[in-house]
Design a binder for this molecule. Structure first.
Ligand code: GUN
Length: 292
């Protein structure tokens, strides 16, 4: 069993990006700049956004964090998005999700200029991805593709079972794994909460990608010997022995599943660390005008 080390892979990608930034600087070019909009004080979102800003500093990017209280109006948000769309300085930006209920998330995401949509959530980027055109890929699926590629995992002709159909992970992952490319060329089954007999599908899988947020959903009896298991779940569960009061649990019963696997991601330290690296990569691509 080989552990897919997301932390190490993420660091390698960030080093590659830092080297490119150094070269841009040496040539007198403008360094890439990422902005993030954060609404409210949700613990997870604050941590994620702070880590994104810190990662920018580490690779030499410029960064801007725009924070609002929970009661920000949709108009205020849309006006800030317009400002960032027009900014000469900002190459790409994200609006951290989830947003408060009184805000229309879809309207907000569609207000972002697709050229600066480094999360890849705008329908223009989603559509371009489906059509096989250059696009910004959402960070988590992009990170999973990097793990598969950098560990040389075979995907051609394999049966890939994706569990979860979210716009952020499951749906794009299922599309990308079926593309005529590497990583891709897989036969894909997309399972979700209405799937009858989930184990029937997972037992046939050469590659399982679990992205639902149900701790321990995938148990050993559901996994074929030699399967590749990629765990996107990061649910916070109470743990009084820790200072934070919680620990992260994946969708996979790691201890019992790992011995059956050829490759498996740990939680934490698997897919999670890659999302930041891929957001930086998308920002570099935006600055280099590689997509549009
Ligand atoms: N919330 C959970 N994941 C993400 C992400 O990848 N981007 C943004 N903007 N918000 C998120």
């Amino acid at each position: 069993m080989i552990l897919l080390d997301g932390k190490k892979t993420s660091e390698a990608i960030q080093q590659e990006i830092a080297a490119e930034v150094a070269e841009i600087k040496a040539n007198g070019g403008k360094v890439p700049h990422l902005a993030a909009i954060l609404v409210g004080n949700d613990g997870g979102s604050v941590t994620y956004v702070n880590n994104k800003v810190l990662a920018c500093e580490k690779v030499g990017f410029g960064s801007t964090l725009v924070r609002y209280e929970d009661d920000v109006t949709e108009e205020e948000l849309l006006s800030k998005i317009q400002e960032l769309n027009e900014s000469e300085e900002v190459d790409g930006f994200i609006v951290q999700l989830p947003l408060p209920k009184h805000i229309n998330t879809q309207k907000v995401l569609e207000a972002v200029d697709p050229k600066k949509d480094v999360d890849g959530f705008h329908p223009a980027n989603v559509g371009r991805m489906v059509a096989g055109l250059t696009s910004f890929l959402p960070a988590t699926p992009y990170g999973i593709l990097q793990l598969i590629e950098r560990y040389g995992i075979e995907t051609n002709g394999k049966h890939c079972v994706v569990i979860g159909r979210s716009n952020i992970v499951g749906s794009p992952m299922s599309i990308l794994m079926a593309k005529a490319a590497y990583p891709g060329n897989a036969t894909v089954t997309l399972c979700h909460r209405n799937t009858v007999d989930l184990p029937y599908y997972t037992r046939q899988a050469d590659i399982i990608i679990a992205a639902v947020g149900l701790p321990g959903l995938v148990t050993a009896d559901m996994v074929k010997e030699g399967a590749v298991v990629i765990d996107v779940g990061t649910t916070r569960v109470p743990d009084t022995s820790r200072k934070s009061g919680y620990r992260l649990r994946g969708d996979v019963d790691f201890d019992n599943v790992a011995p059956k696997c050829s490759y498996i991601t740990p939680v934490p330290g698997g897919v999670g660390p890659l999302t930041i690296a891929m957001l930086l990569k998308n920002t570099l691509r935006a600055a280099r005008k590689e997509v549009y």
